[in-house]
Design a protein around this ligand. Structure first.
Ligand SMILES: Cc1cc2nc3c(=O)[nH]c(=O)nc-3n(C[C@H](O)[C@H](O)[C@H](O)COP(=O)(O)OP(=O)(O)OC[C@H]3O[C@@H](n4cnc5c(N)ncnc54)[C@H](O)[C@@H]3O)c2cc1C
Ligand code: SF4
Ligand code: SF4
Ligand code: SF4
Length: 535
């Protein structure tokens, strides 16, 4: 039997897929790969509600190239669950365990909650009881400990197996099983906000720019951990997923580079450099390419928070660089919840990594990633927690934060400008030790996984350097470029950016490698791929 409809994208002739729901609860609705696909052999526990009508007989189960098991071992029909799992294992060349009730750890998984299925509260007497995981009785080749997986992600997995796309499949070898407590306790968190976007129960909020889990709401599903860009992260695989191209070792994949500046005086007044991010967002909104932009708002002074801007006025209000952490990826959730479905995202490279990971492995975040229309990265060498930024500004320049009009870093100096236009500068080396510790694990200077990246280095003062990467970014930027001053980036400019990107990779690569080698943080096991491709 051929599953052409299912794998029309796959280059190989295809094969049988078994999907088995081992738990009688029917488990999570989203995980089903079989919907509408005759060639996927779907087999479920005999007590499974609704699905019973689509159930195929266990006896006729064919051998399959790929088997997918989800659900826990049922406490009401334990023997049947185990037999089903063993049979699927026997029939499947490659077996993937999906769901933190199927595969997990002592930290996550096994719990059946109200969220698993709308039918569940009426059906299972073992709600919030820890169920045995299928992993206890059969071995899996690949694991996806999440609640719950999307069809899109599972289809990508099957395609990768059939195409023997090792880089993509590697994620399923070691996504890790934990909550983001493991990341924050290791001080590896850089406050990107991806975990909050992914959390299905909204258990994560940000306190002093770090995620905090509400124990009462958390269902220990592990989605936050597997979506966090500080757990499994393979820049090469993500680049191929995003651009169908391997990355340039220092700059990431790119097509074109420009030096550019807004022609709009108002934009230039409020923006950091050439005002390209602000003007581009205004263009995207005005030409109806997007209906909202997620930016870092400055309504709280220099302590930024994610903001959903829906008009040029709101975009302009968030212009300018805040040298402090804003969990912008969480803003995508806010934008989608407000009904926006074509979102422009602006963030520093680590935030863009969180978005790119959600696009490549769309599991934990369910559908939020699908609402992102364009991703803009700003360059970033390091960032500061707000209290540290305050210590720098008030301690080193002796200017109260409320008098600061603008701050920046250029030509090796950190400068602060007051409202009465006085400028105070200090060498960057005096502020480096204030940077958040997790930035020393960061190998991305210029947002390698964005559609377009914008920074100041490489261009004359008052201009922005623009790196155009994806076809989407190229098409949009080409249309937009007629509205601004724009010329190809000079060779000298390109090499300045390349040198800084290389410096960051070398310096932070050594620190990361050291930490991984000495295994000082257990979560770093999932991060080995971060250093493997280092030049
Ligand atoms: C922490 C940090 C470090 C940086 N380091 C460098 C560097 O070393 N070299 C370099 O060339 N460029 C760096 N930049 C980028 C640079 O400061 C400008 O943001 C970039 O050149 C774009 O300029 P623009 O005039 O086009 O942006 P604008 O038109 O001013 O728009 C800037 C956009 O960035 C968003 N933003 C501002 N602060 C943050 C934040 N903290 N987190 C997420 N989004 C934010 C704003 O909401 C706005 O949408 C850094 C930026 C940040 C936030
Ligand atoms: S997803 Fe981002 S904010 Fe959440 S733990 Fe990971 S690094 Fe921190
Ligand atoms: S915080 Fe949210 S995403 Fe993380 S384990 Fe708990 S419920 Fe799941
Ligand atoms: S240096 Fe890296 S980790 Fe730190 S804020 Fe910038 S992009 Fe994020």
């Amino acid at each position: 039997m051929v599953v052409e409809r299912f794998l029309s994208v796959s280059s190989k002739p295809s094969l049988m897929i078994i999907q088995a729901q081992i738990g009688a609860c029917g488990t999570c609705i989203n995980s089903n790969i079989y919907e509408g696909l005759d060639d996927v052999y779907f087999v479920a526990h005999s007590l499974a509600p609704e699905r019973i009508f689509k159930k195929k007989t266990v006896e006729d189960m064919p051998p399959a190239e790929v088997g997918i098991i989800d659900g826990p071992i049922c406490l009401q029909g334990r023997e049947e669950s185990i037999q089903l799992a063993e049979l699927v294992r026997e029939k499947s060349t490659i077996l993937l365990g999906v769901g933190s009730c199927t595969v997990g750890s002592s930290a996550i998984g096994g719990f059946i909650t109200e969220d698993c299925s709308r039918l569940l509260p009426f059906f299972c007497p073992f709600l919030r009881t820890r169920h045995p995981k299928v992993e206890d009785v059969v071995s899996f080749d690949y694991k996806l400990p999440v609640c719950s997986a999307t069809q899109e992600g599972l289809r990508k997995f099957v395609k990768a197996v059939l195409d023997n796309d090792k880089a993509h499949i590697r994620y399923f070898e070691a996504p890790g099983t934990n909550t983001i407590r493991a990341v924050t306790e290791a001080e590896a968190c850089m406050g990107c906000g991806t975990c909050a976007m992914a959390c299905p129960t909204r258990a994560i909020s940000f306190v002093e720019q770090r995620p905090r889990i509400d124990g009462a709401t958390c269902i220990r599903c592990g989605a936050c951990f597997i979506q966090c860009p500080r757990t499994f992260f393979n820049a090469e695989a993500l680049s191929v997923d995003r651009f169908n191209q391997s990355p340039d070792p220092y700059l990431g994949y790119y097509q074109e580079m420009y030096s550019a500046r807004s022609k709009n005086k108002t934009t230039l007044d409020v923006s950091q450099d050439g005002g390209i991010v602000t003007d581009f967002l205004c263009y995207l909104l005005e030409s109806d390419v997007v209906d909202a932009a997620v930016v870092a708002g400055s309504y709280h002074g220099w302590n930024p928070v994610p903001q959903v801007a829906t008009s040029p006025r709101e975009v302009a209000a968030s212009a300018g660089t805040k040298y402090s952490v804003s969990p912008n990826v969480q803003g995508i959730q806010d934008a989608v919840d407000r009904g926006f479905g074509r979102i422009a995202f602006v963030g520093v490279p680590c935030q863009v990594q969180g978005v790119a990971k959600a696009l490549a492995y769309p599991f934990g975040d369910r559908y939020y990633h699908s609402k992102i229309a364009v991703v803009i990265s700003i360059f970033c060498m390091e960032n500061f927690l707000f209290n540290e930024l305050r210590s720098i500004v008030e301690g080193k320049t002796e200017i109260p934060m409320e008098y600061v009009d603008k701050m920046g870093i250029s030509k090796g100096r950190f400068w602060v400008r007051t409202e009465d236009r006085n400028v105070f500068t200090i060498p960057v080396k005096y502020i480096e030790s204030y940077a958040q510790k997790s930035c020393s694990l960061c190998l991305d200077f210029c947002g390698e996984l964005s559609d377009i990246s914008v920074g100041s280095v490489g261009s004359p003062q008052g201009y922005s350097s623009v790196i155009v990467r994806s076809n989407n970014g190229k098409n949009l930027f080409n249309e937009f470029s007629s509205l601004i001053e724009c010329s190809p980036l000079s060779e000298e400019g390109v090499s300045t950016i390349r040198n800084l990107a290389s410096l960051k990779k070398t310096k932070n690569g050594m620190i990361t490698r050291e930490l991984i080698t000495h295994k000082r943080w257990s979560i770093l096991d999932t991060l080995v791929d971060i250093i493997n491709p280092l030049p």
